[in-house]
Design a protein around this ligand. Structure first.
Ligand code: UDP
Length: 498
């Protein structure tokens, strides 16, 4: 693995990273910030107190390794927007009616963040796509803004295709298939599978337009992706957008090289020690399992399922005959669901078939355990990259955001996944009407775990990608070279300004 040492003769770059207020945007952008620090850049991450608990452990570890990295806390204006203390992100625990208030809080923080930029005088900033206003501020203050995309190049290219050609408007029904025009592959979707804001304009459509404009005004964009993973879409996206872009991934692989990093990721110090005993239990169990025999079932950081869906998943896992780890969340106030899950947990623990992990799991640690044989996943982009990184196939079960586009990459382009057959996009904080049946889940699991020649070929493909992922972040690899190139360009800009 690569450690890049700072060159003392070159000017030190000073940067600010501004992550959005949701776990799956915070985690990769913080990993990216940590990579810049690893490459000798001075890094300040701006965050609110509650959100910083997700990553402060990792920053403390890096700081103790002598890297120039810190968190600057800004206070979330909870009282001003009428939110209880601690609700300051878009997460699985944010009640739907509170989300506009979180947006409002973010809006109120804008002047404070702007004056922080003025005070700290960075050489460049890397800000999440959901802060489009930072492009104008950067221009005004005279330093480059780099935009962070939480998605894949394929997903961004697909969105561009739908916006430009509106193929869904030419269909007679919501379930009729159409090809996404102008893309490197013939990817088919239905109207029901594309996000609501692309189907028909709403407030979010406007926001996405502003984000796109801000991307064109920025110095460039960075993605948690690597060239060999989606090269055609990497090239396509840069061409259609006419902007610079750098894939710096897999950032999780690059930034979290030690077990201490992997275990610390996503937990506060208190949570980490609280979970220690529980972790010892399932880790011991996992270590006793044969290679490639256990399923890892998780639907990311933002999802909850209704009771009926939880029942179907539980039966599918039990009927599959495979051992499993299922990361699951309770629906507060639904006693029926809690009772069912608790009984299920007790039963599978007793018969040694599986473990339920409540809330948050150290995903990186689990995925690289040799006992894990495949994922059942919602196709959140970070999880796709992490599964490729460890060379595991996936049963794809897209839910919201750009998951359905990511599924196209996994199933149709890379051929490293088996679809569960999800038909309906929904919002992250809604249940939707679709319940995927146990038979459908079971069939997909069977094809992934006992699929004969096709399974072997699929595993071969994903193992090859895993090798490419590791190469990408080593000296001379595509992401490594991108990082070096980007830092060089930023230093030239700094020198020109001086
Ligand atoms: N994650 C984790 N433990 C969990 C859930 C998620 O470590 O229990 C991490 C996962 O490794 C990934 C991120 O959180 O880096 C989730 O991002 P993704 O894009 O996969 O899904 P989202 O949360 O946006 O639905």
């Amino acid at each position: 693995m690569t450690i890049t040492m700072e060159n003392q003769n070159e000017p030190k770059l000073k940067s600010i990273f501004l992550p959005f207020l949701s776990t799956s945007h915070i985690i990769p952008l913080v990993d990216m910030a940590r990579l810049f620090a690893l490459h000798g850049v001075d890094v300040t991450i701006v965050s609110t107190k509650h959100n910083s608990t997700i990553f402060q452990n990792s920053i403390d570890l890096d700081s103790s390794r002598g890297r120039s990295i810190r968190t600057h806390i800004i206070e979330f204006p909870a009282a001003k927007v009428g939110l209880p203390v601690g609700i300051e992100s878009f997460s699985v625990n944010t009640p739907k009616e509170m989300t506009p208030k979180v947006y409002m809080g973010l809006f109120l923080l804008q002047p404070e963040i702007e004056s922080l930029f003025e005070t700290l005088q960075p050489d460049f900033i890397v800000t999440d796509m959901f802060f489009p206003w930072t492009a104008d501020v950067a221009t005004k203050l005279g330093f480059p803004r780099i935009m962070f995309h939480g998605a894949s190049y394929l997903a961004r290219s697909a969105v561009h295709s739908v916006e430009l050609f509106t193929p869904h408007l030419k269909m007679e029904s919501d379930t009729e298939k159409f090809v996404l025009p102008g893309l490197p592959d013939e990817l088919e979707m239905t109207r029901l599978q594309i996000p609501d804001w692309l189907r028909s304009p709403n407030q979010y459509t406007e926001l996405m337009k502003i984000i796109k404009e801000s991307e064109r005004k920025s110095f460039g964009s960075v993605f948690n992706s690597f060239y060999e993973l989606e090269s055609d879409y990497y090239d396509h996206y840069k061409k259609v957008m006419g902007t610079k872009s750098w894939g710096l991934g897999p950032v999780s692989l690059w930034a979290n090289q030690d077990d201490s990093d992997k275990a610390a990721r996503g937990y506060s110090k208190e949570e980490e020690s609280e979970k220690k005993e529980e972790q010892e239990g399932w880790l011991k169990w996992l270590n006793s399992k044969t290679e490639c025999s256990v399923l890892y079932v998780s639907f990311g950081s933002m999802n909850k399922f209704p009771y009926e869906q939880l029942v179907e998943i539980a039966h599918a896992l039990e009927d599959s005959g495979h051992d499993f780890i299922w990361v699951v969340r309770k629906n507060e106030g639904n006693g029926e669901s809690d009772d069912f899950l608790e009984e299920f947990e007790k039963k599978v623990k007793e018969n040694g078939k599986g473990y339920l992990i409540w809330g948050w799991a150290p995903q990186l640690l689990i995925l690289e355990n040799p006992a894990i044989g495949g994922l059942v996943s919602h196709c959140g982009w970070n999880t796709v990259v992490e599964s490729v990184n460890v060379g595991l196939p996936t049963v794809t079960w897209p839910l919201f955001a750009e998951h359905f586009f990511n599924e196209k990459l996994v199933v149709d382009v890379l051929k490293i996944g088996v679809p569960v057959g999800a038909k309906e996009w929904r919002n992250w904080n809604e249940f939707g009407s679709e319940v995927v049946k146990r038979e459908e889940i079971g069939n997909a699991i069977r094809l992934m775990m006992e699929g004969g020649e096709e399974e072997v070929a699929m595993r071969k493909r994903v193992k090859k990608l895993s090798v490419e992922a590791k190469k990408a972040v080593q000296v001379g690899g595509s992401s490594y070279n991108n990082m070096v190139e980007l830092i060089k360009e930023l230093k030239e800009i700094k020198l020109a300004r001086v």
